[in-house]
Design a protein around this ligand. Structure first.
Ligand SMILES: *[C@@H]1O[C@H](CO)[C@@H](O)[C@H](O)[C@H]1NC(C)=O
Length: 548
C-alpha cells in the first residue's frame, strides 16, 4: 500500500514537472531555436568545393605531412601545428587510445603539400601574396597544391577543419576544393592604447586569425591614453607614456615575437602610430612635440595635436619612423589621420605666424596638408607606403595616389556612398564602417554577426574599375571597454562573419545556411583554446570541457 502510494505521488510529481516545463515554453513562444552545428564543414566557405560520401580514417600514429621543400620554416612549423590541431583539439582524441582498424574505412596515410614556387626562408607575407590552393582528398594520400607557402597555410587550415569526430575516431570525407580569397586584405584592427593587451592574448588572437584566414593584424599600438611601444631611439616615450613602464609595454623582444608568430601564420603586421591627433600620450615623453592650446590668448595648460610648425617635429618623426621601418618589415604603415581638431592650431600665435609665412591664409586644411606632405616624404624616403583613415580625404587634403584610404564612417547604412566617394577619386580603399566590433547590439534582440555578414564591400554605385580599388576590409576593435580579460570573446566569433565576407564568393550570403557552420566553427575555436563567445543562441559545445 505504502509502495503504491509512493509510486502514485512520484507519478504526480513527474507529470507536474513536465507540465510546468511545457508551460514555461508556452510563456516564451518566440524562444530562439537551437541551432544544429554542421559536422566538418569549413569556415570561411571555400570558393569551389565538392564533398563525397566516401570517408577516410586518420590514424595519429601513422599520419604524416610531406612538403616538397622541407627547408621552408613556414611549412615545417605549420605541419607541427596542424598535426596538433587535428589530433589534439578534436573531441575525438587520437592519443591514449588503442590503435584500431576501422572496418570498411580506408586510412588516410598523410597529406602532401606541393608548392608551385619554392619558398624563401626570409620571405614575408605581403599585400601581393598569392593564397590560391587546391585540396584533394580522394585517395590514401591527401594533397594540397599551393601557389605559395602562404596559400599552403590556407589549405592546411581548410584540411584541419574538414577532419571531424565520428563515434570517437577522426574521419574526413572525400573532398575536392579549389579556393582563393575574394579580397587580398583581410584584417583585424586592434587598439592597445586605450587598454593594454598582454602578449599571450595577442598571440592567441593571431591563432584565431589564422583559423579564420585573416591575413593582416593592423596594430593600433599607441594613442591618447598610453604609449606602450618601447622605442630604442626615444625610451622616455614608454617610460613616461605607458600605463606602467615595466609591465604595460611592448619591448623590442615582444614585438619581434609577435612579428615572427604572425609571419609563420601568413599574417602581415601593419603598425599604426596614429598622428597628428590622438597623440596625447606621446607628449609625456617628448616635450615640445604637441601644440600648446591657448584660451583667451593665454596657454591654458592643455595640449593638442602634434605641432606642424616646428622643424623639431619633423626631425623627431624622421627618427621615429626610421626606427619603425627597421622594426616592422611590412611595406605598409598606417599613419592615422582621424579626428583632427583644429582648435589648438587655430589659437596658437606661433602657428598663426607660420601660416602667414607659408601663405596658407586661414586655411587649416592647408596646414594639415603641409604636415602630411612632409610626413609622406619621410615615409617614402624609407621605402614605405601608407594607409590613412578617411578623414584626411574628407577634409580636402591632397593625398598621394598610392595612399590607401580606410573608410570607417557611416556605419552599416552609409558605407556605400563613402566607398563610392573614395574610389571615384582613384584611391585604393579598405572598408571598416560596418565592422566596428566595439559596438555591441543586444544579443537577445539581434545576433549582430548577421549584420556584419550581410555587408557587401563592392555594393556601391561606381565603375568596375572603382570596385577593383576595394582591397578588402578590417574588423575594428577599439578597447575603451576591452582588455586581456575579454578581447578574445569580443572578437570571436563576431569577426568570423567579417572573415567569411572577405574570403568567400560574393554569393555566399545566406545567414540561414551560415549559422550552422558558424556554430560548428565557434565550437572548433573553443576546442582550440579561443574563448569564443556563443553567438547563435542556446546550445552547447562538445569542447566546453576546456573551460569548465
Ligand atoms: C560525409 O560522409 C558521410 C558518410 O558517408 C555522409 O553521410 C555525409 O553526408 C558526407 N558529408 C558530406 C558533407 O558530403
Amino acid at each position: 500500500m505504502a509502495f503504491k502510494l509512493t509510486l502514485y505521488v512520484f507519478i504526480l510529481i513527474c507529470t507536474g514537472i513536465s507540465a510546468r516545463s511545457r508551460r514555461h515554453l508556452q510563456w516564451f513562444p518566440n524562444v530562439t531555436p537551437m541551432i544544429q552545428p554542421t559536422i566538418g564543414e569549413p569556415w570561411p566557405r571555400p570558393q569551389q568545393m565538392k564533398t563525397y560520401a566516401t570517408q577516410f580514417y586518420l590514424d595519429p600514429v601513422t599520419f604524416r605531412f610531406n612538403g616538397s621543400s622541407a627547408s621552408c620554416d613556414v611549412l615545417t612549423q605549420a605541419f607541427e601545428r596542424y598535426y596538433l590541431l587535428i589530433f589534439e583539439s578534436n573531441s575525438a582524441r587520437g592519443f591514449g587510445r588503442k590503435r584500431r582498424t576501422v572496418r570498411g574505412t580506408p586510412v588516410l596515410q598523410g597529406m602532401a603539400v606541393k608548392l608551385e614556387k619554392p619558398c624563401q626562408v626570409f620571405e614575408q607575407p605581403s599585400l601581393e601574396m598569392n593564397e590560391t590552393y587546391t585540396l584533394d582528398v580522394n585517395s590514401n594520400y591527401a594533397q594540397i597544391t599551393a601557389t605559395s607557402q602562404w596559400a599552403a597555410l590556407r589549405g592546411l587550415e581548410t584540411f584541419s577543419q574538414l577532419v571531424h569526430d565520428k563515434n570517437g575516431i577522426l574521419v574526413i570525407n572525400a573532398t575536392s576544393i579549389v579556393d582563393w580569397p575574394r579580397f587580398p586584405h583581410r584584417g583585424v584592427m586592434l587598439d592597445t592604447s586605450l587598454h593594454y593587451i598582454g602578449m599571450p592574448t595577442l598571440l592567441k588572437n593571431l591563432d584565431a586569425m589564422e583559423f579564420n584566414k585573416f591575413n593582416v593584424f593592423h596594430w593600433h599600438m599607441v594613442g591618447d591614453y598610453s604609449f606602450p611601444y618601447q622605442s630604442e631611439s626615444f625610451p622616455e616615450m614608454s617610460n613616461k607614456g605607458a600605463f606602467n613602464p615595466y609591465t604595460h609595454i611592448y619591448s623590442q623582444l615582444d614585438i619581434a615575437t609577435v612579428l615572427a608568430y604572425a609571419r609563420l601564420r601568413g599574417i602581415r603586421v601593419v603598425p599604426e602610430f596614429e598622428n597628428p591627433s590622438h597623440t596625447l600620450a606621446w607628449g609625456k615623453g617628448q616635450p615640445g612635440l604637441l601644440t600648446p592650446c591657448y584660451t583667451h590668448g593665454k596657454p591654458d595648460g592643455t595640449l593638442g595635436p602634434i605641432d606642424p610648425a616646428l622643424n623639431s617635429t619633423y626631425d623627431f618623426m624622421t627618427r621615429l619612423f626610421t626606427e619603425l621601418t627597421r622594426v616592422f618589415p611590412d611595406r605598409y604603415l598606417a599613419i592615422g589621420g582621424s579626428e583632427i581638431d583644429f582648435y589648438c592650431w587655430q589659437n596658437d600665435p606661433e602657428i598663426r605666424k607660420f601660416m602667414k609665412e607659408k601663405g596658407f591664409d586661414d586655411d587649416f586644411v592647408k596646414l594639415e596638408g603641409y604636415y602630411y606632405g612632409r610626413l609622406f616624404d619621410v615615409v617614402s624616403s624609407l621605402d614605405r607606403r601608407v594607409s590613412v583613415w578617411e578623414d584626411s580625404l574628407d577634409s580636402g587634403v591632397k593625398l598621394h595616389k598610392e595612399v590607401i584610404v580606410q573608410v570607417w564612417r557611416g556605419g552599416d547604412t552609409d558605407y556605400p556612398q563613402r566607398l563610392a566617394n573614395v574610389t571615384s577619386q582613384g584611391y585604393r580603399t579598405l572598408l571598416s564602417s560596418p565592422w566596428y566590433l566595439n559596438y555591441v547590439q543586444n544579443p537577445y534582440s539581434k545576433q549582430d554577426w548577421k549584420t556584419f555578414y550581410m555587408v557587401n564591400p563592392r555594393n556601391f554605385t561606381g565603375s568596375e574599375k572603382q570596385k577593383e580599388l576595394v582591397l578588402g576590409g578590417e574588423a575594428c576593435l577599439w578597447t575603451e571597454y576591452v582588455d586581456s580579460t575579454n578581447v578574445l570573446s569580443m572578437l570571436w566569433p563576431r569577426a568570423s562573419a567579417v572573415a567569411e565576407r572577405l574570403w568567400s564568393a560574393k554569393d555566399v550570403h545566406d545567414v540561414d545556411e551560415a549559422i550552422h557552420r558558424l556554430t560548428e566553427h565557434r565550437c572548433r575555436m573553443v576546442g582550440r583554446g579561443i574563448p569564443a563567445q556563443p553567438a547563435t543562441g542556446p546550445g552547447y559545445c562538445k569542447q566546453e570541457y576546456m573551460y569548465t
